[in-house]
Design a protein around this ligand. Structure first.
Ligand SMILES: [Zn+2]
Length: 257
């Protein structure tokens, strides 16, 4: 994997247009499909409303967002209604985020947020465009990256260094079980995974995770049985190989490598 862009093919003079061409070319040259390992993904025809890339082997779809600064707590996405509908229909694309260094003309970070981490909780509705805007009343949305646990951010390249392919594929496989759940049920699972991963250690006990019950009650005010609900998620996560029960109320996260 080479980090630098192919400078020779720059048909545009505007910086952002060139960057789009460079980053798309880089994805075509170097990004493999994390789902099936196919060495390349293909580009949809320009302005395709569906996504930007797809895997010719397993049909997995990818939407590319690239920018010159590192991605912060949120990223601007398209129409709120479109993404909500696609979420409900379970056909939203995976999100491929790429940030590059304009001086070096090279990729700094490339990561994928798998589509199964997309739940309603991470979609933030933006204010409608002002009446004076060309698309007055149009409502966009933000993807709240900070609400996605680390296991839902799969780096191909981190700080200019490529991550070994087998590690990327293993990390992808590790959370694929989330696709078995409808988006609503998935919200709870992802929230519990986020609590677990925010502790940043491999072993924890039930009390550690119960410490998040206030937080979860606020998120799901309709649920009166937060602790049983937490235990139910932990059981599910054990059954799917995300963590192990190692003793009475003791848990251990499985590593992805
Ligand atoms: Zn594939």
């Amino acid at each position: 994997m080479k980090m630098g862009f192919e400078e020779s093919q720059t048909p545009y003079s505007s910086g952002s247009q060139s960057a789009r061409v460079w980053t798309e070319r880089w994805v075509k040259d170097w990004v493999y499909c994390p789902n099936c390992g196919s060495p390349h993904i293909s580009q949809f025809p320009a302005n395709s409303p569906v996504a930007d890339f797809f895997c010719p082997s397993c049909s997995e779809e990818y939407e590319l967002k690239s920018q010159k600064t590192a991605f912060g707590s949120k990223v601007v996405d398209g129409a709120f209604r479109t993404i909500t509908e696609r979420l409900a229909a379970n056909n939203n694309p995976n999100l491929l985020l790429l940030n590059y260094d304009l001086a070096q003309l090279a990729v700094v970070n490339a990561l994928i947020v798998p589509k199964h981490f997309f739940v309603q909780e991470i979609i933030e509705k933006r204010k409608p465009l002002a009446a004076t805007a060309r698309r007055a009343g149009w409502v966009g949305c933000n993807i709240l990256l900070k609400e996605i646990p680390p296991s839902g951010k799969i780096f191909f390249v981190q700080n200019g260094v490529p991550v070994p392919k087998e590690k990327v594929l293993a990390q992808w496989q590790r959370t694929l079980f989330l696709r078995e759940k409808a988006t609503e049920a998935r919200g709870w699972l992802v929230e519990v995974m986020k609590c677990v991963e925010s502790m940043d250690r491999r072993e924890f006990n039930l009390d550690d995770i119960y410490a998040f019950d206030q937080h979860l009650s606020r998120l799901y005010p309709g649920n009166q049985n937060v602790r049983p609900k937490i235990r139910q998620q932990l059981q599910y996560l054990r059954d799917r190989g995300y963590l192990d029960f190692v003793g009475r109320g003791q848990y251990r996260l499985r590593s992805s490598s």
